[in-house]
Design a protein around this ligand. Structure first.
Ligand code: CP3
Length: 344
């Protein structure tokens, strides 16, 4: 069986073809996902029922010729495993129980023994057992800043601004919260690797909320701390960092974290990424999820733009953010076929 194109590029080898997967490749745009989610009763029930989470992890791979599976879970599993309440209101965002001072941080639990972590890792091992060797299995967690942003802001209206205000004021309890999240992320990723994850991605979705001067301390440093500990504890597992909205900050974040892959947002000009990131890092991205939803000529042009700039040994084809729930699966199929066609 061939090796995985995704692992090959991340390990600096020439891949057999351009690696391709999509953020939120499992999800509401697939009718078969909606069916399983209805059966589960709620999104969180789905995340914590390994047989069902395995099924939705594998669904996109049955339809599309992809190079990776990403474990079906959420970045907010970690705050829940630390003891905070979590719910998802239908059609709205997450609602996270807030932390607002030193007592709240002190009450947080380590995640090692948490049932939530065990259940996600059970999904990882079940998926791993049924994946062919040429499909890489991606484990993930949220980055400390983004997860802290949810824990402070609660996920609702105005929450991100409230979290940013705390981060920039910099009380001691915020520093402790970030440290607890570094520890929890290492423990969680180590468990995922032991269960079968071959690559890890760290999602810093709200990196772009921060002023540029704060990216080093709040994005680069905590992610670097996670990855250096992960490399010591489980050597040889490549990492992809998605500091969404970091712009030119991706270069500093790449230098600090030494991530094998850097995922870049839709607004990043890929020629800049080619000139400043590629060679030292594999660049992942960054087709606009909107053109996938739209389809037609915009989709074809988007794929040509993205795949035309970076050669396959420096690129992982992906979106600049997650798949939109209204996307037609036929359009996703068109993207996959267009990528394969362009690479001959
Ligand atoms: O296919 C995959 O990418 C794997 C599964 C995955 C989900 N969330 C499933 C999900 C992954 C990797 C995530 C990461 C995640 N979760 C991020 C980082 C990436 C990003 O989008 O920036 C963030 C910020 C979250 C937090 C989160 N989870 C939000 C804000 C929401 C609500 C918005 C929305 O899309 O509904 C979720 C819910 C969520 N996570 C869904 C899925 C499939 C939708 C749940 C449903 O079925 O209703």
């Amino acid at each position: 069986m061939a090796s995985s194109a995704l692992l090959d590029v991340l390990k600096g080898k020439m891949p057999g073809r351009r690696p391709l997967w999509f953020m939120r490749q499992a999800g509401r745009y697939l009718p078969e996902y909606r069916e399983v989610r209805a059966k589960a009763g709620s999104f969180l029930k789905l995340c914590y029922t390994p047989e069902l989470a395995k099924e939705v992890t594998l669904q996109p791979l049955r339809r599309f010729d992809l190079d990776a599976a990403i474990i079906f879970a959420d970045i907010l599993v970690v705050p829940q495993a630390m003891g905070l309440g979590l719910s998802f209101a239908d059609g709205e965002g997450p609602v996270v129980e807030k932390v607002s001072g030193p007592e709240g941080v002190a009450a947080l639990r380590p995640v090692d023994e948490a049932e939530e972590v065990q259940l996600v890792c059970e999904t990882v091992s079940q998926v791993k057992a049924s994946l062919s060797k040429d499909i890489a299995l991606i484990g993930f967690c949220g980055a400390p800043w983004t997860v802290a942003s949810y824990m402070i802001g609660g996920g609702g209206e105005g929450g991100r601004e409230a979290a940013r205000a705390v981060a920039l004021a910099g009380p001691q309890w915020f520093a402790e919260l970030m440290q607890r999240l570094v520890d929890a992320s290492v423990a969680y990723l180590v468990r995922q690797v032991d269960a079968g994850a071959e690559v890890v991605q760290i999602f810093d979705s709200w990196a772009g909320d921060l002023p540029g001067y704060a990216q080093q301390d709040l994005v680069g440093k905590p992610i670097a701390a996670i990855l250096s500990r992960l490399r010591k504890e489980r050597p040889g597992v490549p990492a992809i960092v998605f500091a969404r909205g970091a712009g030119a900050g991706h270069r500093m974040i790449g230098e600090m974290t030494k991530a094998e892959g850097l995922s870049v947002e839709t607004s990043m000009p890929l020629d800049w990424a080619r000139d400043h990131l590629a060679g030292r890092h594999v660049v992942q991205g960054n087709l606009d999820p909107l053109v996938v939803e739209q389809g037609g000529g915009a989709l074809e042009a988007g794929v040509r733009q993205v795949a035309g700039i970076l050669p396959k040994q420096h690129h992982i084809f992906n979106l600049g953010h997650g798949m939109r729930p209204g996307t037609s699966p036929a359009h996703v199929d068109s993207v996959v076929k267009a990528v394969r066609r362009l690479d001959g």
